[in-house]
Design a protein around this ligand. Structure first.
Ligand code: BMA
Length: 308
């Protein structure tokens, strides 16, 4: 197994949250001042989502803060687009601050909001970076020719749901969009794919942990895979691992709020060459596992399928 599940999974459940929620899942995680900060999604008891914050010394044992970190905005330009909830945060560190991209749901569809924090105490909403309908936006932690780059996944009735790249000088205006990776027919990711954890820089390329969905008679199955992007030009995909790296297998991944789901929004690289990969199990609990970064890169390169 390329990912070793932590023995005490799940690491966070609704029972650890000091306010009423039905789920804890799809969390963004980063290291801040030596602590692991986890921004997790929870369904409230009305079915709409909010983001909570938990903190840990070791990346495994988390303590949840008393109050949610982000709830839907009630005034300003974001309020209209967050009416139905905020979901699936991804976090990166750049230029001395953390950028949080999250799905903003409303009667108009799903857009991506970008918020900033320096300290995980206060948070400032900065921009709505897509129109509807987009999900799964990850920003690269480095700029390319002076531009921020992001991967995203627009909805489409015509093409299978695929991964695109776009660039921005200021985190407000985005362009130079290009399709870079598609689902593969009759393959584990044939129905849709989407970026998962923000890309991780390695010697051989940017490692992109993504999710792929396969439709079955029993509903969709969400799995994780890996792709490798060129270090200088992230629109070039060097390789895509043909086989998944994680699929729902444990009870807490097979049954829950939505069954048969492993869904990642975060991976934290460590100094010893390992990486902690975080995922939501069945849209209900948070899990973690470890992998070796070089092995994940080998997994892409040794048996690669075409990106398009
Ligand atoms: C996707 C998103 C994720 C969720 C997944 C499985 O479309 O809604 O937040 O984890 O479905 O239900």
């Amino acid at each position: 197994m390329i990912i070793k599940r932590y023995k005490n999974n799940p690491i966070l459940t609704k029972d650890d949250v000091p306010y009423p929620v039905a789920t804890v899942h799809n969390a963004g995680v980063v290291k801040h001042n030596g602590k692991y900060m986890m921004l997790f999604r929870s369904h409230k008891l009305n079915g709409r989502s909010i983001l909570g914050l938990a903190e840990s010394d070791d990346g495994y044992n988390f303590k949840v803060k008393d109050k949610p970190f982000m709830i839907p905005a009630t005034n300003g330009e974001f309020a209209e687009y967050e009416e139905y909830g905020v979901e699936d945060p991804r976090i990166i560190f750049t230029d001395g601050e953390y950028l949080i991209t999250y799905s903003a749901y409303s009667r108009h569809g799903v857009r991506i909001g970008l918020a900033k924090t320096k300290d995980f105490k206060s948070v400032e909403r900065f921009s709505l970076i897509t129109e509807a309908d987009y999900r799964n936006v990850v920003i690269f932690p480095e700029k390319f020719n002076g531009l921020y780059a992001r991967l995203d996944r627009p909805h489409s009735e015509i093409s299978p749901w695929s991964v695109w790249i776009s660039y921005s000088p200021d985190l407000i205006y985005w362009g130079e969009s290009k399709l870079i990776m598609k689902p593969m027919q009759y393959h584990w990711d044939e129905m849709k794919i989407g970026p998962g954890a923000p890309p991780i820089k390695t010697d051989r390329g940017w490692l992109n942990i993504y999710h792929g969905v396969f439709p079955t008679m029993d509903g969709s199955v969400y799995r994780l895979g890996v792709a490798l992007h060129d270090l200088k030009d992230p629109s070039k995909i060097i390789a895509v691992g043909d086989e998944w790296i994680l699929q729902p297998e444990e009870v807490y991944e097979i049954t829950g709020y939505v069954h048969n789901v492993v869904f990642s929004c975060a991976a934290v690289p460590e100094e010893d060459g390992s990486v902690k990969i975080y995922w939501g199990g069945a849209d209900k609990v948070m899990c973690v596992g470890t992998a070796n970064l070089e092995e994940l890169v080998d997994h892409c390169l040794n048996n690669s399928r075409e990106p398009l």
